[in-house]
Ligand binder design. Structure first.
Ligand SMILES: *[C@@H]1O[C@H](CO)[C@@H](O)[C@H](O)[C@H]1NC(C)=O
Ligand SMILES: *[C@@H]1O[C@H](CO)[C@@H](O)[C@H](O)[C@H]1NC(C)=O
Ligand SMILES: *[C@@H]1O[C@H](CO)[C@@H](O)[C@H](O)[C@H]1NC(C)=O
Ligand SMILES: *[C@@H]1O[C@H](CO)[C@@H](O)[C@H](O)[C@H]1NC(C)=O
Ligand SMILES: *[C@@H]1O[C@H](CO)[C@@H](O)[C@H](O)[C@H]1NC(C)=O
Ligand SMILES: [Cu+2]
Length: 599
């Protein structure tokens, strides 16, 4: 409590955070997220052909199946990412980071539904050199599974000094993010928001864009991975605690709490993020948990929020005071600025659940100013009284109903368990398991390339689950561990048939005619989730916990979907060699320091 009353108390009393002592360049490099004026995003990018007024023609949120009716606009949105090390102080504590175009958080990728996104990544990480690889979270990558970005599974890493151009379709619409999928690199800054404009399922006036919620660790990611992967009798800790919590890359930190002898430059007044609301108008906020571990509970003092989408799935709008987001999850919310005069100001809060996560400073703050408020003054608003239920679950599944209804078959072609657990191996390393296996990537030999060559026999540490030609797949995941896990599947939106405490009863399905679909679902400690997919996307799809430290310790399986159809992709042999030849050349003279699972 003393800690919470430190800097947070000083911000609340208006002493710190509002008029920062550090420049934006010192805290966030070239990024301007969190500063005023806040960029407003348009309903769609206008340099597209506009049949019937919209880039996506007559398609709408209630009448168009997002999985089969995606438009193809032919428009290419190009981005150029240079990835380098940097030294910034997002919360005032100076940190060695990895930056995209010298920005933390990274730049927004923006496209219309059906556009083609093209991102050229230049790996200029030096001192020491490292591979990298980028994942476009939530996109389906239909017909392009080799662009999904998981090293050793879907491509070889991009070698130091080399470049690789990703190209894929914006096949779903809404809010997401991109991040490095190489070890725990993204927790050092290799992430940014991704906005794909599409049909609307609710009215609003102003799109305020991304609100990135990220726990942060003061040590570079590699140092934390070393602790996570150390034997338990040699200082190993599978659950490292984050040092702070950021909104759009910013928050203050109480420098008086740093360990004795730590001489890292630290300033207790780095400055917090600011947003503006236009009085009387309804704003869209795109909440993204882009953190490494923390389960975030987001709220805005005095304002209710209307949730209109979870992950890339528009839902029937519902009202709430708190939105809970596990790592990787997103919610789009609408907030109307009708809670006071034009001079009003309110706190935006995001609290990491201290019951479900490990954090030394869990509470993030940002300031929201109505249009005539003094932006040099701290808000004085009071928090909602919303105690943490401690279940580590998402909002009740019965509340979250997809706007475009789809009914999964009640007779899936195959049903199997992928239960999770943990183990301590013979050398005293703590590891996570999926279906009894713990994962380790072979960067030089992507599973997708072997599958394309008709080789479906892999080492056990690749943890591949072959689902053959089954047309529908149901998976039951029991979690006997005492930790919660945000479970992410690539290549699909999962129908979430059920979640809850204990084991599944084998029959109960929530909203069976139209269950929630999303790409990350919280799995409670001691609980279960049951998901189902239509096997319409041949590929090798990662199914893993999105907590980077759990993923480092092997919490990963590959879903091998329609192997016979993977053999038919004729483009793989042309695209793979670009990364694999360069990676092989680099690893001939350099040994990549793969101390964790690699992904
Ligand atoms: C949405 O699209 C469907 C299918 O094309 C159409 O029948 C329906 O009228 C459209 N709804 C609106 C509100 O435009
Ligand atoms: C966040 O923490 C603050 C300070 O402890 C508390 O007042 C507030 O209710 C919490 N909000 C949520 C959403 O948990
Ligand atoms: C235990 O796991 C660690 C981390 O993956 C690995 O380096 C080590 O070789 C394993 N020990 C044994 C005996 O398999
Ligand atoms: C398939 O790939 C694995 C992993 O590289 C290899 O060990 C195995 O020999 C290959 N099988 C065939 C038939 O080539
Ligand atoms: C269906 O999936 C199961 C694994 O759940 C697998 O054992 C079986 O071979 C698959 N069936 C077909 C026809 O591919
Ligand atoms: Cu986990």
């Amino acid at each position: 409590m003393a800690l919470l009353l430190g800097v947070v108390g000083d911000i609340l009393s208006g002493v710190l955070g509002i008029i920062p002592a550090l420049t934006q360049q010192q805290t966030n490099g070239n990024s301007v997220w969190g500063t005023l004026p806040v960029p407003n995003f348009p309903p769609f990018l206008t340099n597209n052909p506009l049949p019937n007024g919209y880039p996506w023609g007559l398609r709408n949120a209630s009448g168009s199946n997002p999985y089969t009716d995606a438009p193809y606009t032919g428009v290419i949105r190009s981005y150029d990412f240079t990835v380098k090390r940097g030294l910034i102080a997002p919360d005032g504590y100076q940190k060695n980071v990895l930056l995209i175009n010298d920005q933390f958080p990274g730049p927004a990728i923006e496209a219309n539904w059906g556009d083609t996104i093209q991102v050229t990544v230049h790996n200029q990480i030096t001192g020491p050199e490292e591979g990298t690889s980028f994942h476009w979270h939530g996109l389906l990558q239909k017909q392009t599974p080799w662009m999904d970005g998981v090293p050793g599974v879907e491509q070889c890493p991009i070698a130091p000094g080399e470049s690789f151009t990703y190209q894929f379709q914006a096949d779903l619409y809404g809010t997401s993010w991109y991040h490095s999928h190489y070890s725990a690199q993204y927790s050092d800054g290799l992430l940014g928001p991704m906005i794909i404009h599409g049909p609307e399922n609710a009215d609003y006036d102003i799109d305020l864009g991304p609100v990135l919620l990220t726990d942060t660790y003061h040590k570079p990611y590699y140092e934390t991975v070393k602790v996570v992967m150390a034997p338990l009798d040699q200082g190993g800790n599978p659950r490292p605690a984050s040092d702070n919590n950021l909104i759009n890359g910013k928050m203050d930190f109480d420098c008086s709490t740093v360990a004795e002898g730590d001489t890292t430059p630290c300033n207790s007044n780095a400055g917090i993020s600011k947003f503006t609301f236009t009085t009387g108008k309804t704003h869209r906020l795109r909440l993204i948990n882009a953190g490494a571990e923390g389960l975030q509970r987001f709220s805005i003092d005095g304002h209710k929020m209307t949730v209109i989408a979870n992950d890339f799935v528009p839902i029937q709008p519902y009202e709430t005071t708190v939105v809970t987001l596990g790592a990787g999850q997103r919610s789009d919310v609408l907030v109307t600025a009708n809670q006071g005069s034009a001079q009003s100001a309110f706190w935006m809060r995001s609290n990491i659940s201290t019951i479900c996560s490990s954090s030394n400073q869990p509470n993030a703050l940002a300031a929201i100013y109505y249009d005539k408020a003094d932006t040099n003054k701290a808000p004085t608003s009071t928090a909602w009284d919303v105690p943490d239920p401690g279940t580590c679950a998402n909002d009740d599944l019965s509340l979250t109903v997809p706007y475009y209804p789809l009914t999964p078959t009640d007779h899936p072609a195959t049903t199997r368990h992928l239960d999770i657990n943990s183990e301590v191996n013979a050398t005293n390393h703590f590891l996570w398991t999926v279906d009894g296996g713990t994962f380790r990537s072979d960067y030089n030999s992507p599973t997708l390339l072997l599958a394309n060559e008709g080789n479906f026999t892999y080492p056990p540490e690749w943890n591949v689950k072959n689902f053959g030609s089954n047309s529908t797949i149901r998976v039951i995941v029991n979690n006997p561990t005492s930790s919660s896990h945000p479970m992410h599947l690539h290549g699909h939106n999962m129908f979430i048939l059920h979640e809850g405490p204990g084991a599944w009863d084998g029959t109960s399905i929530t909203n069976p005619n139209n269950p929630q679909r999303r790409d990350v679902q919280m799995l409670r400690p001691g609980g279960h989730i049951v998901w189902q997919i239509n096997a319409d996307n041949p590929g090798v799809w990662p199914f893993h916990c999105h907590i980077v430290w759990h993923l480092s310790a092997g919490f990963y399986a590959t879903i091998l979907e329609r192997p016979a159809d993977i053999e038919k992709y004729s483009q793989i042999p042309m695209i793979m060699p670009q990364t694999c030849t360069d990676w092989a050349a680099w690893t001939k003279n350099n040994v990549p320091d793969e101390i964790d699972s690699g992904v």
